[in-house]
Design a binder for this molecule. Structure first.
Ligand SMILES: Nc1ncnc2c1ncn2[C@@H]1O[C@H](COP(=O)(O)OP(=O)(O)OP(=O)(O)O)[C@@H](O)[C@H]1O
Length: 577
């Protein structure tokens, strides 16, 4: 369990002085609290002596007030420093997690749900904060106060101390027995919360589909089930903790009972002063908190370990696509060559690509046509290594793409994916995303090429209009054209459109492609499409079927040959009549 905390060691080290200051303040608080019963003892003895007058107890009372003031100050101190340290550790861990998430390959996001990641980044972080802050307070309090009180009790009256603390070992046994189960139940609670987050995230992402199929009641039922399961898991924890906590209070209360019986007799016999009795009772009741605190420490450490385990699972995840050590940072030319490339997705027996051979000379435009599921997207995702090809199959500038520094490779290849995504930012920021330093005219040019400039000017706040999740709902075609502008702006050596004009009418498509190819003169492009109208502009076209290239040639050559390209062309011609 404790090995999970290894992740936090560097952070704890970083904030060690916060901990030192916090622990010193905590010890001052505890010491002040320990002295107060001594003053109560003096006051009680004065009162019990029978010669009571207010001035006689002025000294212990004034000292008590001073001690209370010191305790209040030092209590502020430990709260400030220890909570400060745990909040900082939480922030650092969250930053580390986020930075790590950015390094992970797309395949990781294919297996782990966004809602689950969100839950780990928020809810689990809270449990870790408790383990690095309050747990330490409870533990130190427990250790210091218990030891100090035991020493005071034994020096005051060893026999009575030995009798009254009899129930305490029982508490240790209970804490140890419950600790692990609490950890397990807490892990189940956190997992339940992950399910809940996944559910909300997925429902909100698919809200339009849900509404169009009028399936709100289905979503609600599923949510109620998940929410109920989460509540049940919480209740299992509540029941256990609810039983554990009062049991400890009850057992530690037995110490006072034993004092009443044996201490009471000692007072009657005169071997124990009333002041000693009251102080003893106060110390015994003070002992309750550290003992409970120890129990809480176990609980918080168990919860923290369970949550850290869930965070460590992500932190231990290695990106499966990484830059080679000392990867090449210069690309001699941007010709692409693919040799006998076969590719299957993990856990899939289907060959998404099967023995593909292909050439794209620098400065040319390649068109790719194929039925759905024929491997087009797989091929274009392989080029910037969003998927990893086997070595010796894909070359850029005569060098295996796996030998390039990943940043160099990805800077050279811009991909406009099928499912376009806009960030919650202004249109201007979205377009200049890859080159935030781009000037006004470059942004305008990029938007003009994809024919979106005039439409942007008509948006409520023009170029400053916010789009993306929280912003203006733009049409599918507008979204695609903003995404195209974003890829055009840095003018990379190779630009790939993966069916990026599918939501645009053929007339607009023609305008965009004319301006685009004019702008891209001397650079390489790949146009993936289901539409022959898009591909006719390419210098060379390949036709995919079930992962293989079944036809290739220029638009005119392919039209003159019997085959899929011509068939699709004829069908699309008919469709447009
Ligand atoms: N992440 C994935 N995991 C497993 N199999 C996948 C994954 N993505 C695609 N495939 C499979 O790989 C094959 C090729 O898919 P790909 O997306 O490359 O086709 P495509 O030609 O781009 O299709 P479309 O025109 O519909 O976009 C298909 O059989 C598909 O089911």
């Amino acid at each position: 369990m404790l090995k999970e905390f290894k992740t936090l060691l560097p952070m704890v080290k970083k904030y060690r002085w916060w901990y030192v200051a916090g622990l010193i303040s905590l010890i001052i608080t505890d010491a002040g609290e320990l002295l107060i019963p001594q003053m109560i003892k003096q006051a009680t003895n004065i009162i019990a002596s029978g010669s009571f007058f207010p001035a006689a107890i002025a000294t212990p009372v004034l000292i008590m007030i001073a001690l209370a003031a010191i305790v209040a100050l030092s209590r502020f101190g430990w709260r400030f420093f220890l909570h400060g340290a745990s909040r900082r550790i939480e922030r650092d861990l969250r930053d580390k997690l986020f930075a790590h998430l950015l390094t992970l390959s797309p395949s990781f996001y294919g297996t782990m749900k966004t809602g689950d990641i969100m839950a780990r980044a928020t809810n689990d972080m809270r449990a870790i904060r408790m383990a690095t802050g309050m747990a330490l307070v409870a533990f130190m309090d427990g250790l210091f106060l218990t030891l100090a009180i035991l020493i005071i009790l034994f020096t005051t009256n060893p026999a009575l101390a030995a009798i009254t603390i009899i129930p305490l070992p029982l508490i240790t046994i209970i804490i140890l027995a419950f600790g692990t189960v609490i950890g397990q139940r807490f892990k189940a609670v956190q997992e339940g919360f992950s399910r809940l987050s996944e559910h909300v995230q997925e429902t909100l992402s698919g809200i339009r589909v849900l509404k169009s199929f009028v399936r709100e009641s289905w979503a609600q039922e599923r949510f109620v089930d998940t929410s109920d399961a989460y509540m049940q898991k919480n209740m299992q924890l509540v029941k256990l903790w609810g039983f554990f906590f009062p049991l400890i209070v009850f057992i530690s209360g037995l110490t006072s009972l034993l004092l009443m019986r044996f201490g009471g007799v000692a007072v009657m016999l005169g071997s124990f002063t009333p002041g000693d009795f009251v102080a003893f009772l106060t110390y015994l009741s003070m002992l309750q908190w550290p003992v409970i605190g120890m129990g809480m420490t176990v609980n918080m450490i168990q919860r923290g370990a369970a949550s850290l385990g869930r965070i460590n699972m992500i932190l231990n995840e290695k990106p499966d696509i990484v830059s080679p050590p000392r990867g090449r940072t210069n690309i001699d030319h941007t010709g692409i060559e693919i040799k006998k490339l076969s590719f299957s997705y993990p856990d899939s027996e289907i060959k998404a690509l099967d023995q593909v051979d292909l050439m794209l000379e620098e400065g040319k435009t390649l068109g790719i046509l194929g039925r759905t599921g024929s491997g087009k997207s797989t091929l274009v995702r392989i080029l910037p290594r969003l998927l990893d090809p086997p070595s010796g199959t894909v070359f850029l500038g005569g060098v295996d793409i796996r030998e390039y520094d990943l940043e160099t490779l990805r800077n050279a290849i811009a991909l406009v994916p099928q499912d376009t995504f806009l960030f919650s930012a202004s249109v201007r920021e979205n377009i200049s995303f890859a080159r935030p330093e781009a000037d006004e005219s470059e942004i305008m040019d990029a938007a003009r090429i994809s024919t979106i400039d005039r439409e942007i000017e008509k948006f409520p706040k023009g170029w400053e209009t916010e789009v993306g999740e929280r912003g203006l709902s733009v049409s599918g075609g507008q979204k695609q054209r903003i995404a195209i502008s974003r890829a055009i702006l840095p003018n990379p050596p190779i630009l790939i459109f993966d069916d990026s004009l599918s939501a645009v009418d053929t007339e607009t498509e023609e305008k965009i492609l004319n301006a685009f190819l004019e702008h891209r003169k001397g650079k390489s492009n790949i146009l993936v499409s289901h539409r022959v109208s898009t591909l006719q502009w390419a210098d060379y076209i390949v036709v995919f079927d079930r992962g293989r290239i079944i036809q290739q040639g220029s638009h005119t050559q392919l039209l003159a040959t019997e085959g899929l390209y011509r068939n699709i062309y004829l069908l699309q011609q008919e469709g447009s009549l």
